[in-house]
Design a protein around this ligand. Structure first.
Ligand code: BEZ
Length: 213
């Protein structure tokens, strides 16, 4: 295993999941992807996380994004636990959970951090673009549940900045002003952003958010 970094191709794999066998790249197709690990089935924080993600299905769909969860527990464990998630979180789990009992995927993606826990996966998140490059890596410890609103916010930024010569400032949210990429000259900016832009400093130019599509 080598360390995965932004811009690397997300390693492909074939694995068993709660929704059948998955060939990762084929499964993602032309979509964006989120691959996220959780430490263990039948644990409280993970139960709330997977329930939350299932309620966000339409938000991920709007962003042309497929979500896949993973832990090192087996398929039968996943299937039993999904019933508990559905019952306790008032939802229906609607994405695959990989059963990575042999740790093949966890090791490919460096999801086990031995100084945190020698056996269980940490809370890793990888966002993968349609060209299969890794656009975002975040790692949380087992004791901290993730903020999936933040994940949607970052996907909005990744998708916007993939298609337009802009970047998103601190705490940016969909619909707010964006900054113009430093590589864009003022002449080019005038063409690219016909509604205009504010030059606060030569390196800090703000413009209305371009449309995502
Ligand atoms: C949890 O999901 O609640 C959890 C899992 C492993 C360690 C600590 C918390």
């Amino acid at each position: 295993m080598s360390t995965l970094r932004l811009g690397d191709i997300a390693p492909d794999f074939t694995a068993e999941s709660s929704e059948g066998t998955i060939s990762f790249h084929e499964y993602l197709g032309d979509s964006w992807g989120v691959l996220f690990s959780h430490p263990a089935d039948y644990t409280p924080v993970c139960t709330t996380e997977l329930g939350t993600v299932s309620k966000y299905k339409s938000e991920f769909l709007k962003r042309n994004t497929k979500v896949i969860a993973l832990s090192v527990d087996g398929l039968e464990s996943h299937k039993g636990w999904i019933q508990d998630i559905n019952e306790t979180q008032n939802t229906t789990v609607n994405f695959p959970i990989i059963a990575d009992e042999d740790r093949n995927v966890s090791e490919l993606y460096d999801m086990i951090h031995p100084n945190a826990d020698s056996k269980l996966t940490v809370r890793s998140v990888f966002v993968i673009a349609p060209d299969k490059t890794i656009k975002l890596i975040i790692t949380y410890p087992a004791s901290t549940g993730r903020n999936f609103d933040e994940l949607l916010r970052v996907i909005d930024s990744l998708q916007l900045t993939a298609y337009h010569k802009v970047a998103t400032p601190a705490n940016w949210e969909h619909g707010q002003e964006v900054v113009i990429s430093p590589s864009v000259s003022n002449e080019e900016a005038a063409e690219l952003f016909p509604k205009g832009f504010k030059e606060v400093k030569p390196y800090l130019r703000l413009t209305e958010q371009p449309n995502l599509n």
